[in-house]
Ligand binder design. Structure first.
Ligand SMILES: CC(C)(COP(=O)([O-])OP(=O)([O-])OC[C@H]1O[C@@H](n2cnc3c(N)ncnc32)[C@H](O)[C@@H]1OP(=O)([O-])[O-])[C@@H](O)C(=O)NCCC(=O)NCCSC(=O)C[C@@](C)(O)CC(=O)[O-]
Length: 322
């Protein structure tokens, strides 16, 4: 289905994130900090700290907090406590807590740990997919077909990721038509939403727009999310361009935590605080309390002994201290 790309952003009136103005279009934020944000941390973080992070995030108004991954503990040691973590989380009924599951074993483990949503992940480059999940794109679609069947029988929703939409760390340039093809295949096997990942943060707005243009010819825009890493400092510009194109779902990570262990040089995701600050000041509503979010980012950064990568959070903290 061909969908026209929209071209206007609503003018800003206020940056107060707490204003409840339902005339402003809603943008759903998918917080990936506890999973994408932490998976690359070399020092194992106590499960109780991860649970606390998830609780604090769920208390900011976010409706989706991606919690963890049911993947090989040897390859991604930081996610090795997925089962224990899921048991520890006190669920907020207004929040969804998806978990990554790359195969049947993952979906079974997710189900038995009480997950009600999983995310499957492939990519637009065989070279990356091979390194990430040790299979080709075609094979991943075959496996995910069974994974989705099982997840749905068990009442779980399934989100899909396409990585490397703007470039692959191993094979270079990626053709937008391949992204469109993989995204459509994920939708056809039963994903309710497809997240387009610029895994290495290499894309610029016109390149991201070319991808969205290609994908939106095959998939309704309302089923697409944008997932930007900020490696080259392009994430907010790319998200803004995506919003102009009509995307209304944005993945981000508190304090800009993150990076993919299988994408050489990949750094953190765009910071959720920066996204919320930009959206709320540009006529959108997110339902997220920016002040509370800044507190969470500050807290987890000090727990990890890391600097807070959110520029908006740093500025707001400085203002508080002034
Ligand atoms: C997919 C596999 C398992 C295939 O790995 P494989 O070697 O092809 O499969 P296998 O069945 O031979 O299993 C290998 C080992 O993993 C274990 N195993 C097998 N399945 C599971 C499971 N479900 N849960 C826990 N353990 C599992 C299995 O028991 C075995 O353990 P060992 O014999 O070595 O002790 C592996 O390659 C893997 O786990 N990869 C990790 C992928 C990953 O987590 N990547 C990071 C997330 S993706 C990402 O960050 C990008 C994204 C989503 O954010 C979007 C973007 O930014 O673009």
């Amino acid at each position: 289905m061909r969908r026209g790309l929209r071209t206007s952003i609503i003018a800003t009136k206020s940056i107060d994130t707490r204003i409840e103005d339902h005339t402003r279009p809603f943008v759903k934020i998918v917080e990936v900090g506890p999973r994408d944000g932490l998976q690359n941390e070399s020092k194992i973080i106590p499960t109780v700290t991860k649970a606390e992070l998830i609780h604090r995030l769920a208390n900011t108004g976010l409706s989706v907090v991606e919690a963890t991954s049911f993947v090989s503990e040897h390859l991604v040691p930081q996610m090795g406590d997925a089962r224990e973590l899921m048991r520890m989380i006190k669920r907020n009924p207004n929040v969804s807590y998806p978990v990554l599951a790359p195969n049947i074993r993952g979906v079974k483990a997710a189900k038995s740990a009480g997950a009600n949503e999983i995310a499957i992940f492939t990519g637009a480059s065989d070279a990356f997919v091979k390194r990430n999940i040790n299979m080709t794109i075609d094979r991943s679609i075959e496996i995910y077909t069974s994974v989705i069947q099982m997840a749905k029988q068990d009442g779980m929703r399934v989100r899909g990721y396409v990585s490397c939409i703007a470039g692959c760390p191993y094979s270079g340039k990626v053709d937008p038509s391949i992204v469109a093809d993989v995204a459509e295949r994920l939708l056809n096997i039963g994903c309710y939403e497809i997240s387009l990942g610029d895994t290495i943060g290499i894309g610029r707005p016109h390149e991201i727009l070319a991808v969205i243009q290609a994908v939106s010819q095959r998939i309704p825009l309302e089923k697409l999310a944008i997932h930007c890493h900020d490696t080259y400092g392009q994430a907010l510009a790319n998200i803004y361009a995506s919003l102009e194109a009509g995307i209304r779902i944005v993945d981000s990570s508190v304090a800009g935590l993150g990076g993919c262990p299988f994408a050489r040089g990949a750094t953190g995701n765009v910071a959720t605080e920066d996204v919320v600050y930009m959206l709320e000041g540009n006529g959108f509503r997110t339902g997220v309390d920016l002040d509370k979010l800044v507190d969470v980012g500050h807290w987890i950064s000090s727990e990890l002994g890391r600097s807070n990568e959110s520029r908006a959070a740093r500025a707001l903290m400085a203002k508080r201290d002034a």
